[in-house]
Design a protein around this ligand. Structure first.
Ligand code: CP3
Length: 353
């Protein structure tokens, strides 16, 4: 495999020197881009996009054609794994993701099995291969998965939730059942991420979107412990190249040291923490990725540049920062503002390297 033309993202995750701070955007392929909406219309639906490697490749490349981003991320969704477990993923118009068969009773939970990625998630692996070919070594490709706990939230609630009533009831009343499910999810995530790496993913990110809604004790027992197992089970290199890992617990600012200690290469930060303070807490244990408030992109070019400058200044001189938003980009973001941000990061960060 030819060497990457731009490997700043991989180097920053490994805390190696880079000429500028690399940047990519969570959900960079998505509804804020008119060309995404056009392809989605042709595909008929979000799942029609995600399950067809040609469409998935097309939309993965769309933001890279517009902006000089330093990484591509596989176009897919975290909920493909529970779908492969037989829960029946669908998107109700205007309501977000839902499962036809959420897991509520003991029998269903005991019937849950780890899916074989090549059998039930082959379309994702085909997309990874096709995207790698289409990128031609320009920038690295990120693979991803949901965390065992975040997947369990959707699997038990049957969709999004404001209060996580079902999963939290189980967590307190039947911790044994939830642990059983999290063990299966962790094994499924390891198999899935390793299959993505074998297909060509050059870094992997685990999204723990809902871990931050747990109590301190519950976070450690039900989310972080399984993130630790996932990180321990991943290929650390493939074809002689290191494959760095990123763990992002949204709302996880209180636990950054603990997250860094599970052995991931980088910790994702939302916008509630100061990145300089986070760096001082974590020290040399891991790189950091984040942490601009996505709402900054609703402002104007001068403000976007100034706010990006603040994050860079707070991080300060030296290695180990991947610039990103603190969560996914909003569908209401003006696309040009993303270009302003990417240019500002490239421009202003040179002074720190
Ligand atoms: O970053 C990227 O560009 C890669 C693509 C990506 C998607 N989902 C595409 C998507 C990634 C990395 C995800 C991860 C994901 N999916 C997470 C974890 C990250 C996070 O945001 O916290 C979660 C919790 C999900 C579950 C999910 N999928 C939800 C809640 C929704 C509805 C979101 C919404 O804004 O309505 C989805 C659908 C989804 N996944 C869309 C996209 C582009 C929008 C679907 C559409 O086109 O209608």
């Amino acid at each position: 495999m030819a060497a990457l033309k731009n490997n700043t993202f991989i180097r920053a995750l490994l805390r190696q020197p880079v000429p500028y701070t690399p940047v990519w955007i969570m959900r960079q392929a998505g509804r804020y881009l008119p060309e995404y909406n056009a392809t989605r219309k042709r595909a008929g639906s979000f799942l029609g996009l995600a399950k067809n490697p040609d469409f998935a490749t097309e939309v993965t490349l769309q933001p890279l054609a517009r902006f000089p981003l330093d990484a591509a991320i596989l176009f897919s969704d975290i909920l493909t794994v529970p779908d492969a477990m037989g829960l029946g993923l669908y998107f109700a118009e205007g309501e977000g993701p839902k499962f036809e068969r959420p897991l509520r009773d003991e029998t269903a939970i005991h019937a849950l099995r780890v899916p074989e990625p090549r059998e039930s998630l082959g379309y994702v692996l085909d997309a990874v291969k096709q995207i790698r070919g289409a990128l031609g070594g320009s920038v690295p490709l990120i693979g991803f998965s949901g965390s065992p706990y975040t997947l369990a939230c959707y699997m038990i609630e049957g969709g999004g939730s404001d209060d996580f009533r079902n999963i939290k009831s189980m967590l307190y009343a039947r911790p044994d059942l939830l642990h059983h499910m999290l063990d299966i999810n962790a094994r499924a995530v390891i198999a899935y991420l390793n299959a993505q790496i074998e297909a060509g993913a050059q870094a992997v990110m685990v999204f723990d979107t809902w871990g931050g809604a747990l109590s301190d004790a519950a976070y450690h027992q039900f989310s972080l412990e399984y993130l630790r197992r996932v990180i321990s089970g991943l290929h650390r290199e493939w074809n002689g190249e290191p494959v760095p890992s990123i763990v992002f617990t949204k709302g996880g600012g209180l636990w950054l040291e603990d997250i860094a200690a599970i052995g991931c290469n980088a910790v994702g930060l939302d916008w509630t923490v100061n990145i300089g303070a986070a760096r001082r807490r974590i020290g040399n244990q891991a790189a950091l990725q984040g942490n601009l408030d996505p709402a900054v992109l609703f402002s104007d070019p001068a403000t976007i540049r100034a706010e990006a400058g603040k994050v860079l200044r707070d991080f300060g001189h030296g290695n180990g920062h991947v610039f990103n938003l603190g969560h996914g980009i909003s569908q209401f973001t003006p696309p040009d503002h993303v270009g302003v941000l990417v240019d500002a990061v490239h421009d202003l960060s040179c002074a720190y390297h």
